[in-house]
Design a protein around this ligand. Structure first.
Ligand code: ATP
Ligand code: MG
Length: 457
């Protein structure tokens, strides 16, 4: 990507950010003389036609919404190497994720911004579209030069566009947006309706108010436990949006927006005497710590590792919690190792999967590929990483697997790389597993991750 200076008629100026599915650039449209944002989708393996089709249909859907609360898509296309991109309106004020990175917002500001995002969702729903991926990084802010000071436009971005593309290309989100996702969205086959977005909007509001991503559906710590100056009516509004049972949520984004606007207008005073305010800071700190611990333990006690599986459910691995931001679960092609081409079960999970191939990036994650059609030890042993320092090879002898592990450290991004070819420790099954691990700094989690790999029949 570094060498690309232009995409179509758009001149790239700088990288605005990267997400699970691609990189967003600030670019200049030389013909219309206006800034634009260009999102280039990550490399998507072999399902390109499918991806492109979805891409087009989602872009058309966006056109249908045609609201000034939704990021406009101006153009779509494909790079010479086949990666699709889309050109959209540039939001110059950052995202809600940038805002909340500095800590919780004043309650009324948090409610006002959430209400504006909900209004955007309502516009989508009116056009028959469910967003499916509302989260702080997909809520963009534009400074409006004509408006009063501090006023900004709030725009919904992405519209599940990236997500459905990613599904088509086999890249699905693991823990990344977990706190914003309603339970029905995690269940394949459950119908999704506008109330899925109501849940996500509630999660965004909760995050802005408390500074904390809500825990799993049904286990969300009450916001007033994290921030005692949250009024009961505010707590009720947010918790109702976050109800695991969608029949108990606000019936739509519009109703939620109205309630939030009403709360902002009425001042939503907490029922507490002034003297209590002195304690607030200390109480908030303690409560927040408890909240975080609780949500970690909920995920996977006691080690706080995250368990991931591929789409077939056969390949399972556990990784340190922070690695589990992005998951690609659709399998792999042993051709990558110089073996006969095919499609076998496998997964990759990492904090920045889009940079998996890039040893200059700091990435933590693991790739696990199953092979039932031949030994891959020789192919794995032939791998080398000349830009890193080779630390040598050792035997691995675990409860489930044995094999050879080779490690490189001091890669250009500062991290380490581990390559392992494993065979079952017992029995004579033909199953072989190729594991690749990338870690910031040394290879300290290697044995823990290798030990967690399981292959079901
Ligand atoms: P995910 O991939 O999980 O959706 P994300 O939303 O952070 O995560 P992207 O949608 O790829 O990832 O966006 C990356 C970043 O680029 C965003 O966080 C935002 O800061 C910036 N960005 C995206 N779209 C625009 C836009 N239209 N205008 C300005 N900045 C944008
Ligand atoms: Mg996004």
């Amino acid at each position: 990507m570094h060498s690309v200076e232009r995409i179509g008629r758009y001149r790239l100026e700088r990288r605005l950010g990267s997400g699970a599915f691609g990189t967003v650039w600030l670019a200049h449209d030389d013909e219309l003389e206006a800034p634009v944002a260009v999102k280039v989708l990550a490399d998507n393996w072999s399902h390109r036609l499918d991806v492109r089709e979805r891409f087009l249909s989602e872009a058309r859907m966006l056109r249908r919404a045609n609201s000034d609360r939704i990021v406009q898509v101006y153009d779509i296309g494909e790079l010479p190497d086949g990666r699709p991109y889309f050109v959209m309106e540039y939001a110059d004020g950052g995202t809600l994720a940038d805002l909340v990175a500095d800590g919780p917002l004043p309650v009324s500001e948090a409610l006002r911004l959430t209400a504006l995002a909900a209004r955007g969702a309502a516009a989508l729903h009116a056009a028959g579209i469910v967003h499916r991926d509302i989260k702080p990084s997909n809520v963009l802010l534009c400074a409006s030069p004509d408006g009063p000071a501090g006023a900004s436009r709030v725009l919904l971005a992405d519209l599940g566009l990236a997500k459905s593309l990613a599904q088509a290309s086999g890249l699905t989100q693991a823990a990344g947006s977990a706190g914003y996702r309603p339970p029905e969205q995690a269940e394949p086959g459950e119908g999704i309706d506008a109330r899925a977005d109501v849940y996500s909007l509630g999660a965004v509001g909760y995050h802005l108010v408390t500074g904390t991503v809500p825990g799993e559906p049904g286990r969300v710590v009450r916001p007033d436990r994290l921030r005692p100056d949250v009024a009961p009516a505010v707590r009720r509004a947010l918790m109702r949006a976050l109800a695991p049972d969608r029949r108990r949520r606000w019936p739509g984004a519009e109703a939620f927006a109205q309630e939030l606007e009403r709360l902002v207008a009425s001042g939503h005073r907490p029922r507490r005497r002034r003297t209590a305010a002195v304690l607030t800071a200390a109480v908030t700190a303690v409560a927040a710590a408890v909240g975080v611990t609780a949500s970690l333990v909920n995920r996977h006690s006691p080690a706080a590792d995250l368990r991931v599986a591929d789409t077939t459910g056969r390949v399972v691995a556990e990784v340190p919690d922070g690695w589990g931001r992005q998951l690609r679960d659709s399998g792999w092609d042993p051709k990558a190792l110089g073996l006969p081409a095919g499609h076998e079960p496998g997964l990759a999970v990492a904090d920045r999967l889009t940079r998996w191939q890039d040893l200059e990036a700091d990435v933590n994650g693991v790739f696990v590929g199953l092979s039932e059609h031949g030994d891959l030890t020789a192919a794995v042993t032939a791998l080398t990483h000349p830009t890193c320092h080779y630390d040598g090879s050792r035997a691995y002898d675990g409860a489930r697997w044995r094999g050879r592990v080779r490690t490189w450290s001091g890669c250009p991004g500062g991290g380490s790389m581990t390559e392992a070819a494993l065979a079952p420790a017992q029995g004579s099954a033909q199953t072989r597993v190729y594991v690749q691990i990338r870690q910031s700094g040394g290879a300290s989690a290697t044995d823990r991750v290798l030990g967690s790999v399981r292959v079901g029949s």
